[in-house]
Design a protein around this ligand. Sequence first.
Ligand code: ATP
Ligand code: MG
Length: 438
Amino acid sequence: MLSRDQHPVSRQFMSSSALKVLYRLNKGGYDAYLVGGGVRDILLGLKPKDFDIATNATPEQIKALFRNCRLIGRRFRLAHIVFGREIIEVATFRGHHDSASDKDQQDIKTSKQSEDGMLLRDNIYGSIEEDAERRDFTINALYYSAKDFKVYDFANGVKDVENKIIRLIGDVETRYREDPVRMLRAIRFATKLDMEIEAQTKAPIKTLAPLMANIPAARMFEEFLKMFIAGKAVANFEQLRDYHLFKFFFPAVDQALDNNDELLERFIILAMENTDKRINNDQRVTPAFLFAAMLWYPLQNYIKQININNSLSPQDTFFAALNEIMPEQQRSIAIPKRFQGVMKDIWILQDKLAHRVGKKAFKAFEHPKFRAGYDFLLLRSEIESDNTQLAELAQWWTDFQDVSPEAQLQMVKGIKGEQSRRRTPRKRRKPTTTFSTE
Ligand code: ATP
Ligand code: MG
């Protein structure tokens, strides 16, 4: 335990909502602590992403104290206290003998799984010491009290924060078997906090990696966001590949990388670098862009395969390939429909941007996802550096956005070698890019 003057965790770094929840619980006669990333990040001088609270009040008791409270989850119930856009998650201390609960909790947080019909066990709740043992890493088992301003450290987490060490609490293999996502979390905290994974915590990961196959696709989507849409995509990608964990996100990509597909590797790394840069500059990103990039070359391979055996129109070929690749990917990561739509738009735009005569350029320009499609085209041209046609096309669109409408008309008129096409192609054509969508 560290007293007030022995640690830098001060209320000025906490959100006022989190403090309100702590005070209200204390006033109601309960123990309440800030726990997890909230304490860890403040110790490190970082700004916490969110604030989690642990208490000895039961979910019902928490609910009775707050009007803005929702209880979520089936077995292990959590309270969400809602302050506008900020949600403070309040969990009752967990007891022992509750090995499934971490996974359970996460499933509930991230997806609507089917009811498992498990009964609430009496010992599901516990003391703060038991709660600390159920947490994943020592650095995440630090508790701050707004009553005595002390930091309670049950697992030597402060020392590990200081030495920048990611160390699982308890028997390593057991903890990974209970919840294989902890393997991902070890990597994520190591890259995010610039820490080392301690030897024993690191040792079994490769061997236990196959356990990841049982993680529901909805939870994998949440983990995808934390891994790849949080400013550290490239570092996480490299670690995930090293530990043989990447294939649980993108099996087709992983396979291609194993076969030394350098073009694909350069392309996805560039896409991840772009994403990281944007996030670190506080620019908006859509996960759909990275999904589209990950699957672009695998999609092209499907298109090639389909073209060998069939003589479908480019459009039909595209949709046939889509029908192969999307369900396959969905088995790993449940990509929400709205992002699937944007992925498709980005891909379809690659063809639309290549056909510019008549009104086509203007139509493509007005497409709601034009910007993403254009950025994607730039990325492709950067990677396929020997494809001069693609480079010219990218440059053309860069210029097009820069000039007056009259000049745009002139640009369209100046296009050579691109004929306006029939609506229904009669015979099989070799498309310059990929497919036709008309
Ligand atoms: P961040 O929010 O910055 O990603 P965090 O440590 O706050 O990091 P959360 O996912 O918000 O991580 O979880 C909050 C806390 O809950 C963690 O610090 C940890 O103590 C506990 N926890 C979360 N997931 C697990 C898990 N799979 N197994 C055990 N404990 C977990
Ligand atoms: Mg958190």
